[in-house]
Design a protein around this ligand. Structure first.
Ligand code: ZN
Length: 69
């Protein structure tokens, strides 16, 4: 029995980026999806999508003000 069970997530166009600040500067990484740098403010939420490149930014819970895990 060949147990080559490689857990691989399907290749998605949407990239999730974990950040440590509620304000994110995104410029599309300067690649093919590059765009002028914009600042995204999550406000009271813990995630935001870049309207340009569609990246999904998620706030690192550890940096969201919780101390002493
Ligand atoms: Zn972007």
């Amino acid at each position: 029995m060949s147990a080559a069970a490689v857990s691989q997530a399907p290749t998605d166009a949407i990239e999730t980026v974990v950040v440590k600040s509620a304000v994110v500067a995104c410029d599309g990484d300067g690649g093919a999806l590059g765009h002028p740098r914009v600042y995204l403010n999550m406000g009271e939420k813990h995630s935001i999508d870049c309207p340009y490149c569609g990246r999904h930014y998620v706030l690192d819970e550890a940096a969201a003000g919780h101390h002493g895990h």
